[in-house]
Design a protein around this ligand. Sequence first.
Ligand SMILES: NC(=O)c1ccc[n+]([C@@H]2O[C@H](COP(=O)([O-])OP(=O)(O)OC[C@H]3O[C@@H](n4cnc5c(N)ncnc54)[C@H](OP(=O)(O)O)[C@@H]3O)[C@@H](O)[C@H]2O)c1
Length: 281
Amino acid sequence: MTQAAPIVLLTGASSGLGAALAAAYAARGWRLALVARRGELLQQLARDCGLDPDDTDRVRLIALDVRDTAALHAAAATLLHDWGCPQVVIANAGISHGVDLAQEADLDVAMDIMDVNWGAALATLAPFIAPMRARGSGALVGIASVAGVRGLPCHAAYCASKAALIRSLESLRVELRPSGVKVVTISPGYVATAMTAGNRFRMPFLLTPEVFAQRAVRAIDAGRAYATIPWQMAVLSKFLHVVPRAIFDRYAGRYGRKPRKDACAPCQGMTRRNRIRRGGR
Ligand SMILES: NC(=O)c1ccc[n+]([C@@H]2O[C@H](COP(=O)([O-])OP(=O)(O)OC[C@H]3O[C@@H](n4cnc5c(N)ncnc54)[C@H](OP(=O)(O)O)[C@@H]3O)[C@@H](O)[C@H]2O)c1
């Protein structure tokens, strides 16, 4: 593999959207810097992409917790030193749990969701702002969510974390506009991953991670400011954005609720259609 191959750094690469994005960039011959806590899954992913996990000219497997900013920034410094500045950095690592704010234990869960989905996402992008700006190119990407558009019941932390991410990325996008660096916000609808496996409600327009990744890579290539994937969820999210509060409050409560942490039972209570799409019966 040539040293000149472009570089993507991606957090949350050990499963779901992150693994599919990594595979999509690997198929294009990019060099991969993959971050997640479960190093063994990163190794397996590298092998599944046809790469030797020990070939550090082609792939860097970085097993860390993104909440550990010092470790994250040390890894970024090493990457900048060894490989140079990535063309694309994707802050994808995320967690999602329903919270019941009346339960004290769920406050910790809520804080954790903010730390991972918002704090660590910004910490992921931060070390690459100055080098990309100096070079005058690159894409800083955040994986947000359609859930960031309104506050869904029992989802106070997740919705807030994604809304915060969307606003922070918007701020950064405007700030970096003159520099040539793109800031791309991607809001997925529903994608069949471990994160959605315990959802006990209907998930319209559910995508496979692979289809999501193809569309996300296209949006990143195009340097889109904001992309909702799939487009049908963009229509729904625009509607949600403008629907008057009184109507939203009346109907949003009828929608299914995200289970609290440790309350997930994969596939239980899912609609038959979604179970089948996941390969179940
Ligand atoms: N699936 C959907 O329908 C959907 C919809 C909208 C938005 N999203 C967003 O898409 C992103 C990926 O979600 P997914 O569905 O692919 O979920 P997933 O399969 O559960 O994957 C989550 C990834 O984040 C990593 N991660 C979580 N906490 C971490 C931490 N503290 N340090 C390092 N890595 C951490 C996990 O790796 P380790 O556990 O190995 O550390 C894993 O690779 C998330 O930001 C999510 O909010 C997903």
